[in-house]
Design a binder for this molecule. Structure first.
Ligand code: FAD
Length: 456
């Protein structure tokens, strides 16, 4: 009896069965599939416990969908893939293409070692590098024209879900499912493709039509909370885009998906900007060294209620509301005068949805050094932002129990009220008005340009 034709499906950031063109292609051109996920020590060491716990859960659920056929291997990518190819007589390795610096370099190295990779699709509706200016085929540097061109470029309809997957039965020794535990008291979102589709349906029924307004309010469940699912490819952005209409709220949601695609494109075209300043002059600015104030920021003890609520949300849930991501980032860079990379690294450690492009460029946007830079004179006022986007104080009350006894009016400025500190809340570590001026003075020294297209 001859050996069936086998293909390897190497899963990475596409931990799903539905709308997965690479998986479909691997199935179409083989009789038996060899699905594998390779545990990469470099990535694991850079990943915090919450994201690891999520990944571990996601792998188990993917395995379930594959009829317990997932190989979870430890070792060098080239060695693992070569061994599987030899053992199963597989001739090609199917992947969905990676564009961020680490993943793209890894795949090049694997190919250079003689392993044929077949790329089908990517984690994006439109792959990075595809949307270029018609006039000279260069990449866009500003979001709004990118968005217009991205929409015109268009994307494919979602791919079909395979009806049947015939896969080899893995050796028990190749089922190295990690047992990454969640730290005590931490509550992260449920992982997996089913949870992603369920959340998407819930959001369509309960949040999407009001997304325009709801998305800014930190105290309500007004955003999709799909970021971790998108990060791990448990759902593809195409699946979401296919179900959006043309009204304003849907359009706003589509624009947010486009920010993810824009930042992926920017990082693809400027691969050093995951760590370096997109606008190099910002590297010359005067910054402070991290000290006790940085620790207070990390632990949600700055004495600014909206900032502290957000930082505690990050540490407890591995997720933070977009509004407060901007507020805490501004606080770190413009009130504490620290470099954005310090904050981005802390986010990397704690976010379940950590995405190298969205994170680095979300930080750079707030710092004023990125694309579409926030105006250099724009310093988020952490108190006013709280009053505006958490008017009832529900968000603060949820994460800062020391302030839970205060009313909506009191909670944003505990220093004005007699019992503001009766439950041991921290005193403000800086005077925002003073630090704002200091920040502007430092920015002036490097002559920050006027902004383009501010958004906040
Ligand atoms: C300092 C900073 C750091 C950030 N770090 C990350 C990160 O590591 N990973 C990450 O996915 N997002 C990051 N963001 C973007 C944004 O905050 C999150 O995508 C969003 O809060 C996720 O929640 P959601 O899924 O409910 O978003 P929704 O409002 O429901 O948006 C839907 C999807 O659109 C995308 N999106 C929305 N806003 C943005 C944005 N501003 N930039 C890029 N994509 C966006 C996300 O994929 C999101 O899941 C960061 C923003 C800032 C300001």
């Amino acid at each position: 009896m001859s050996t069936p034709k086998r293909n390897i499906m190497w899963f990475r950031r596409d931990l799903r069965i539905g709308d997965n063109p690479a998986l479909l292609e691997a199935i179409k051109t083989s009789e038996e599939l060899v699905p594998v996920f390779i545990l990469d020590p470099t990535l694991i060491n850079a990943t915090g416990s919450k994201r690891l716990a999520y990944l571990g859960q996601s792998l188990r659920l993917l395995d379930e969908s594959l009829g317990n056929a997932l190989h979870v291997m430890v070792g060098d990518h080239v060695d693992v893939l070569r061994e599987l190819m030899q053992r199963y007589g597989a001739t090609s390795v199917h992947i969905s293409a990676e564009y961020e610096p680490y993943g793209a370099a890894r795949d090049e190295r694997v190919e250079a070692a003689g392993i044929p990779l077949v790329r089908t699709g990517s984690p994006y509706a439109v792959a990075p590098g595809r949307v270029v200016k018609p006039s000279d085929a260069t990449p866009y540097k500003v979001y709004t024209p990118f968005y217009r061109a991205w929409r015109v470029h268009d994307w494919r309809a979602p791919a079909a879900t395979p009806k049947k997957i015939s896969a080899v039965v893995p050796l028990e020794s190749d089922r190295n499912f990690p047992d990454w535990k969640l730290p005590e008291g931490v509550l992260i979102t449920a992982a997996g493709e089913k949870a992603a589709l369920k959340r998407w349906k819930f959001f369509q029924e309960n949040g999407l039509n009001n997304y325009d307004e709801g998305r800014n309010l930190a105290g309500i469940d007004g955003t999709s909370k799909l970021s971790a699912h998108l990060k791990w490819g448990e759902i593809h952005p195409r699946t979401l885009l296919a179900e959006l209409g043309e009204d304003k709220a849907h359009d706003t949601f589509r624009k947010e998906i486009a920010w993810r695609e824009f930042y992926a494109d920017v990082l693809f075209n400027n691969p050093n900007t995951d760590k370096e300043y997109y606008a190099p002059r910002f590297a010359q600015m005067r910054y402070d060294q991290p000290d006790a104030k940085f620790e207070a920021w990390k632990t949600g003890q700055t004495g600014f209620p909206f900032v502290d609520a957000a930082m505690r949300q990050l540490v407890h849930e591995g997720w933070m509301h977009n509004r407060t991501r901007m507020v805490v980032a501004s606080f770190l860079v413009k009130d504490l005068h620290l470099e954005w990379q310090l904050g981005a690294d802390f986010f990397m450690k704690h976010l379940v949805d950590f995405d190298v492009a969205s994170n680095a460029h979300g930080w750079q946007w707030t710092a004023g050094s990125g694309t579409d830079a926030s105006p250099y004179y724009r310093v988020f006022n952490p108190i006013e932002q709280g009053k505006r986007f958490d008017a009832e104080g529900d968000y603060i009350r949820k994460y800062v129990p020391e302030l839970a006894h205060l009313s909506a009016k009191e909670i944003h400025e505990p220093w004005l009220y007699a019992d503001g500190y009766s439950k041991g809340y921290a005193q403000p570590i800086v005077d925002h008005a003073v630090e704002r001026l200091e920040s502007l003075a430092r920015l002036k020294e490097i002559k920050a340009d006027k902004p383009q297209d501010p958004r906040a």
